[in-house]
Write a protein that binds this ligand. Structure first.
Ligand SMILES: [Zn+2]
Ligand SMILES: [Zn+2]
Length: 351
């Protein structure tokens, strides 16, 4: 089978021929039908995260070393199953794969929060992902049936979808009474607009530096779109939110965007950061109790949340984000376009 792999960080992905894996025990082998390209793939390809101040967190420090088969937004068709998974892995079943798999033993995994496991085994990160003809999934419980959903549109639900769903759920009831300020109108931003609508939210005020992405956000139903680079961006957000944002979802996670979130939040505001662009933040501590702000991180989502999201998409008939499909052989071009900000919505590769 073909895989496109990171053999050296920062170098183009290379075509590697591997032998087909045979599923053992509870494992399921699927033929990849769609594999999304996410910003996290860029970090994994580059090999590090920016911690600010010239400091970097390398993947090697997280125990992740090449060769890597990227892509964690995968829809596949079951081909075969190990002896212990027979019956659950019927050949021909088409499913979205929950990639945020943990060790199954730590306290986080036992609470069902495999996404924050101390020894993560995520597909497309620690284990081979979807830029490949076939993929091995350790257990059928990670398969989420998509029924009539189109595989290419359903694939981004496994990361862009569950990340925004989990982050918006953390904001609680306030999404039903106040708009959410969404920073970043890439694939996750467009997804956040739709998930917010499906959850019965008031709506999203989107902030982005790119006029084309702001336009796409308005077409997707954003209440308003604000230029993040405007000198009065914080004042514009405060005006749009009637005195300050009660909820800010930062899908970029850079020094500039978190600073903007802090500057535009209302007293009692809740800032949830999902983006991993990087940098650091110098924070005057009295601000936290006196304003009083909540700054929370959110990392992808749980299997339960992915199942809830897929049911929500089906029951609310939620429109899925624009997708451009490309053959898997163009994966390097797709990664380059994403890294240079040329992707509106999501790119999904088809092996
Ligand atoms: Zn992702
Ligand atoms: Zn664990």
């Amino acid at each position: 089978m073909r895989c496109y792999c990171v053999l050296h960080h920062g170098k183009p992905l290379e075509l590697v021929e591997k032998s087909m894996p045979a599923p053992q025990g509870t494992e399921i082998l699927l033929k990849v039908k769609a594999a999304g390209v996410c910003h996290t793939d860029l970090h994994l390809w580059e090999g590090h995260y920016d911690l600010g101040g010239g400091k970097k967190l390398t993947l090697a420090e997280r125990g992740i070393t090449p060769p890597l088969t990227l892509s964690h937004e995968i829809v596949g068709e079951v081909v075969s199953a190990g002896a212990a998974a027979e019956g659950e892995g019927q050949a021909g079943r088409v499913a979205l794969i929950h990639p945020w798999i943990g060790c199954g033993e730590c306290t986080a995994c036992q609470r069902g929060e495999e996404n924050i496991c101390i020894k993560p085994q995520a597909l497309g990160v620690a284990r081979p992902g979807g830029f490949s003809d076939y993929i091995l999934v350790p257990h059928p419980r990670y398969l989420v049936d998509i029924d009539d959903l189109d595989p290419t549109h359903a694939a981004p639900l496994a990361c862009a979808g569950v990340t925004t769903y989990s982050a918006l759920k953390k904001m609680g009831d306030r999404i039903q009474t106040d708009p959410v300020v969404v920073i970043g109108a890439g694939g996750l931003g467009l997804m956040a607009i739709q998930v917010l609508k499906a959850l019965g939210g008031v709506g999203a005020i989107v902030v982005d530096i790119d006029p084309g992405k702001r336009e796409a956000a308005l077409s997707a139903g954003a209440l308003q779109a604000i230029d993040a680079r405007a000198s009065d961006a914080a004042q514009q957000i405060q005006q749009a939110t009637n005195g300050g944002a009660r909820s800010v979802l930062d899908l970029v996670g850079a020094t500039a965007t978190v600073s903007l979130a802090m500057a535009s939040a209302a007293r009692g505001g809740h800032i949830v950061i999902c983006g991993l662009m990087g940098g650091d933040l110098h924070l005057a501590l009295p601000v936290i109790p006196m304003r009083p702000l909540t700054i929370q991180g959110s990392y992808v989502g749980t299997l339960k949340e992915l199942r809830e999201l897929v049911s929500l998409v089906k029951s609310a008939n939620m429109p899925l984000i624009p997708v451009r499909t490309r053959p898997l052989s163009e994966v390097n071009l797709a990664m380059q376009d994403l890294s240079e900000g040329r992707v509106h919505g999501r790119t999904v590769c088809i092996p």
